[in-house]
Design a protein around this ligand. Structure first.
Ligand code: TYD
Length: 212
C-alpha cells in the first residue's frame, strides 16, 4: 500500500486563458511519469457539487449566496473526493479551487477578502491540517487575448458573459494572490502557442513538484 500523501495541484486563470488545453496536457504529462492521478473540477467534482455548479453558472443570485454555494460545493468535494484521494496517496489535479473565489467573487464582484477567508478557514481548516493546493498553476493572459478567445463562438456561462472590466479585475486579483504566495502559485504566461507553454511547463514542473 502507498503510504505518503499525494500532491494537490490546482489550475487557475481567467476565462479564455486556455486552461482546459493545458489541463489535458498536464494530466497526460503526470500520468506518463507514473503519478497516480485523479482529475476533478470546481465548482463540481461530486454529484451534489455538479448540481450546485449548474445553478451557479446559470442562476442570478446574491453575491454572498454565490460565495457560500462555491464553498458548500467545495466542502462536499473535499470530504468525498480530495481528502480521501490524497490520503490514499493519489495526486489530485483540480480545475480551479479557492483562489478562484478570491479572484471572481472577491476581485470580480467585490466581496471582501476577509469574508472569503472566513469561509476558507471553516471549509479547509486552519493551521497545519489546512487542506490547500501544494502547487497552483496560474495561466495568465492579458485581457485582449482572453477576450478574443472567449469571442470565438461557444455558448458562454454567467461568468464568461461578464464585461471586460470584470475579467480585468479577476486577473488582477489572481496576480495579487500569486505575488503574496509565490512558492505555491506559479504564474505561467499563457499568451503563446499551446506547444510553447507546454515546453515551458515541461522544463519547470520537475522543480516545482520535486520530481526527478
Ligand atoms: P470553468 O472552470 O472555466 O469551466 P469551463 O472551462 O467549462 O467554462 O468555469 C467555472 C466558472 O466558475 C468560471 O467562470 C469561474 C467560476 N468560479 C467562480 O466564480 N468562483 C469559484 O470559486 C470557482 C471555483 C469558479
Amino acid at each position: 500500500m502507498k503510504s505518503t500523501r499525494g500532491l494537490f495541484i490546482s489550475v487557475e486563470g481567467v476565462d479564455g486563458a486556455g486552461k482546459s488545453t493545458q489541463l489535458a496536457w498536464l494530466a497526460e504529462w503526470l500520468t506518463r511519469r507514473g503519478v497516480p492521478l485523479i482529475q476533478t473540477r470546481e465548482p463540481g467534482g461530486t454529484p451534489l457539487g455538479e448540481q450546485l455548479r449548474a445553478c451557479l453558472l446559470r442562476e442570478p443570485m446574491h453575491l454572498e449566496t454565490e460565495a457560500l454555494l462555491m464553498f458548500a460545493a467545495r466542502r462536499e468535494h473535499l470530504a468525498q473526493v480530495i481528502v480521501p484521494a490524497l490520503a490514499r496517496g493519489d495526486w489530485v489535479l483540480c480545475d480551479r479551487f479557492s483562489d478562484a473565489t478570491y479572484a471572481y467573487q472577491g476581485g470580480g464582484r467585490g466581496l471582501a477578502p476577509a469574508r472569503i477567508q472566513q469561509l476558507e478557514d471553516w471549509v479547509q481548516g486552519q493551521g497545519p491540517g489546512r487542506c490547500e493546493p501544494d502547487l497552483t498553476l496560474l495561466f495568465d493572459v492579458p485581457p485582449e487575448v482572453s477576450n478574443a478567445r472567449l469571442a470565438s463562438g461557444r455558448m458562454l456561462d454567467r461568468f464568461e458573459r461578464e464585461a471586460a472590466d470584470f475579467h480585468a479585475r479577476v486577473r488582477e486579483a489572481y496576480l495579487a494572490r500569486a505575488a503574496a504566495a509565490p512558492q505555491r502559485i506559479r504564474v505561467v504566461d499563457a499568451s503563446g502557442t499551446p506547444q510553447a507553454i507546454q515546453a515551458h511547463l515541461a522544463g519547470m514542473l520537475p522543480q516545482w513538484l520535486g520530481l526527478p
